[in-house]
Design a protein around this ligand. Structure first.
Ligand code: FE2
Length: 231
């Protein structure tokens, strides 16, 4: 896929940053929303439970969230997901018991001017490893497994690719410390930009073109809210 607005996307890129965006009360509202939402996907293999943030479920919170983000990002649109029944999802709550592997959340619409993704940890375990390397195709899971590379995604599923690979070996110490759930040969050519250690209630803002993964350091369940923006 070739993005028409690649140059504009690149111009909007900034280093990842961690901020305290929400007050204690607002984080409590987000937690309450999580508790009240229905479970959407429970993938037993990946050990991930997902709940979609249904738009208008708590209109007050929708507005608070958007306005707070606007203070930091300037003008943007939420890149909402649509369910089969046409319900708009504002974002996703991820509850995982095992770490996510190498991927990018660049979206499924090649005309979209993708912008930032926003991660708010609701637990203080684990890390997000953000690589300097970027990807401008659709949302993709990166793998060197020949069988997995044959996977044919549906329109809202991640593609599979090994085209992220470079030549240089990945740092063995970083692999040992954070990424033992990923084959070190699947990390060739990658360089770490930031390892963000999750802290309850903080917010990580990063470009949607960043290749990233969870760290292997999950000893309790990890819960976070992720939303996606576009211009
Ligand atoms: Fe992600």
């Amino acid at each position: 896929m070739k993005r028409k607005n690649l140059e504009q996307i690149k111009k909007l890129e900034t280093p990842p940053k961690i901020i305290n965006l929400f007050s204690e009360k607002e984080i409590k509202m987000i937690q309450d929303l999580y508790d009240s939402l229905p479970t959407r996907v429970f993938n037993k293999i990946q050990n991930v439970k997902k709940k979609a943030w249904i738009q208008n479920y708590n209109k007050e919170l929708d507005k608070i969230y958007f306005d707070k983000l606007k203070d930091v990002l300037g003008d943007f649109k939420m890149d909402t997901l649509k369910s089969d029944t046409g319900v708009e999802y504002y974002g996703l709550f991820h509850e995982s018991f095992s770490p996510l592997k190498l991927h990018v959340d660049s979206g499924f619409d090649e005309d979209a001017l993708i912008f930032k993704q926003v991660v708010t940890p609701l637990s203080s375990f684990g890390d997000t490893v953000i690589f300097k390397n970027r990807w401008y195709g659709k949302s993709t899971s990166f793998t060197i497994d020949q069988e997995e590379l044959k996977f044919k995604p549906k329109p809202d599923q991640n593609e599979r690719s090994s085209k992220h690979l470079g030549k240089s070996d990945f740092d063995k110490n970083i692999h040992q410390k954070y990424l033992t759930h990923i084959d070190i040969n699947n990390l060739k050519g990658l360089e770490v930009d930031m390892v963000y250690s999750w802290k309850f209630g903080e917010t990580l803002i990063m470009d949607r073109s960043h290749i990233h993964s969870s760290s292997s350091r999950i000893n309790e369940k990890k819960l976070g809210l992720t939303t996606f923006t576009k211009k």
